[in-house]
Write a protein that binds this ligand. Structure first.
Ligand SMILES: Cc1cc2nc3c(=O)[nH]c(=O)nc-3n(C[C@H](O)[C@H](O)[C@H](O)COP(=O)(O)O)c2cc1C
Length: 116
């Protein structure tokens, strides 16, 4: 299991690195199943880099974490809704910034279940 991050300012990368698994960027080649930690652009839209990664590797994505900011109101983690609608993948957790210990625990428990 790897954690793949699409992170512009580093918060999602920080969350990814705290999970205790090998991490890499969406720009790198993937060879095993992963959890994708992504972010939002312009009012709940999916970053282009994430779209490309999903097109290339959707078969290896076991779950998605979306990293947003509640100040965006109804668009909070809106990219997650778009990903579910466009690609039929599941968002397992919405986090703010680099997430909380509870967010990390939740994702680690999820990984344990899917890796069994
Ligand atoms: C141009 C722009 C648009 C954003 N739009 C949203 C949004 O619609 N919903 C949301 O929850 N967060 C939005 N955000 C916040 C980012 O998702 C948030 O800052 C995230 O923590 C960035 O992650 P990163 O540090 O891994 O790049 C936006 C940020 C930027 C710069």
């Amino acid at each position: 299991m790897k954690i793949v991050y699409d992170s512009r300012t580093g918060l999602g990368k920080q969350f990814a690195q705290g999970l205790g698994y090998s991490c890499q960027s969406v720009d790198e080649t993937l060879d095993t199943m992963c959890i994708l930690v992504t972010r939002n652009v312009g009012l709940g839209k999916i970053p282009k880099t994430t779209k490309q990664f999903i097109k290339d590797y959707s078969h290896l994505i076991k779950g998605i974490v979306v990293n947003g900011n509640k100040r965006y109101g109804r668009f909070y983690c809106g990219a997650g809704k778009q990903i579910e609608a466009e690609y039929g993948l599941s968002v397992i957790r919405r986090i703010e910034g680099s997430g909380t210990p509870a967010d990390a625990l939740f994702v680690k428990e999820f990984i344990k279940k899917v890796a069994e």
